[in-house]
Design a binder for this molecule. Structure first.
Ligand code: 13P
Ligand code: SF4
Length: 313
């Protein structure tokens, strides 16, 4: 579906951006219009680095809640706005901080080293030893102390992929992304029959059965590099549909085909797609909804995020 853009809206956003001394950051899953207006488009890791280094007074974060929280934790003196406050994440919801805390207390004798995928709340990050993204998860796990068992939260599929990559056993929290588990072996095999020469590129949040069919499994940012350097001329992209805009813009001359789910031609994350140009405009105008976090959570969550940024530098 092509969204209709109110005439003058883009100019008004750019005017407000200047007036507020704001930077607009957008995740690869945002709509084409939001990606086009953003100062930086990237994956969770790239966005975290951008949020850390910006000297803009306002960070307008076109992504989901945990990403905007990470920006606030890394740069707490900045105002961080998220166009839609309801832009959550099924992975974040699958690991409530009080449940993780109780689990860690119950198993205190095991002295878990907690690796938390960045797709979790600030309170969960505050309980973690190190954060990871899909772009650096194997490196983070390789850097974990060898003498402590790892508890990996909240994505069981990413966790299983990291175990395959590193050979390191881990205990996995049973969370999953509701979008990526919708891709099935049958849906990918069917599209592959239609495009036999296309390479299959899948996100590690996909299930094992789907990852097995992929020529490459990687983070959204690495998908751009992979497709650019690959000799293949066409790619089946097994992740959220917004990724296709980024790829078509940055890798011209190649064909990108949406990986279909079991019941839909392409996959939209309902949380990511809550953000719109109009809501971005309103957020810049009113400086709301703002991300606000208690100071102690910021302090505690910052340590494992910085540890991750150090490891993947
Ligand atoms: P990336 O960090 O690979 O962009 O993934 C974020 C995400 O939410 C995947 O569903
Ligand atoms: Fe969360 Fe999945 Fe949406 Fe990514 S695609 S933000 S993991 S619900």
């Amino acid at each position: 579906m092509v969204a209709t853009v109110t005439p003058g809206l883009v100019d008004e956003i750019l005017r407000l951006k200047k007036e507020r001394r704001a930077v607009i950051l957008a995740h690869n899953y945002q709509s084409r219009e939001l990606q086009e207006i953003a100062d930086f488009v990237g994956d969770s890791l790239g966005l975290a680095y951008q949020a850390q280094k910006t000297d803009a007074e306002v960070i307008a974060f076109c992504g989901v809640h945990f990403m905007a929280e990470t920006a606030k934790i890394l740069n707490p003196t900045r105002t961080v706005v998220l166009p839609d406050a309801n832009a959550g994440c099924s992975l974040e919801q699958s690991c409530p901080a009080d449940q993780l805390e109780s689990y860690l207390k119950l198993h205190a004798a095991r002295n878990f080293y907690v690796v938390a995928y960045i797709n979790c709340s600030a309170r969960v990050k505050a309980l973690a030893d190190c954060i990871c993204t899909s772009g650096n998860a194997p490196a983070v796990v390789r850097a974990a102390p060898a003498d402590r068992p790892i508890l990996f939260v909240p994505d069981q599929n990413l966790g299983a992929w990291v175990m395959e990559q590193t050979g390191r056993p881990m205990e996995l929290w049973k969370g999953s992304c509701y979008v990526h588990v919708e891709f099935t072996r049958d849906s990918i095999e069917a599209i592959r029959r239609e495009y036999p020469d296309a390479a299959v590129v899948a996100h590690p949040e996909c299930t094992y059965a789907v990852r097995l069919l992929a020529d490459e499994v990687c983070s959204t940012e690495k998908m751009v590099h992979y497709c650019r350097q690959s000799p293949a001329k066409a790619f089946i992209i097994v992740t959220e549909s917004g990724m296709l805009h980024r790829l078509r813009r940055e890798v011209p001359g190649k064909e990108f085909i949406a990986g279909p789910t079991g019941h839909c031609a392409c996959a939209d994350c309902r949380y990511m797609k809550l953000n719109t140009l109009q809501k971005l405009h309103d957020a810049l105008r009113d400086l709301t909804p703002q991300v606000q976090l208690p100071e102690d959570i910021i302090e505690r969550a910052k340590r494992p995020i910085l540890r991750m940024l150090e490891i993947s530098r």
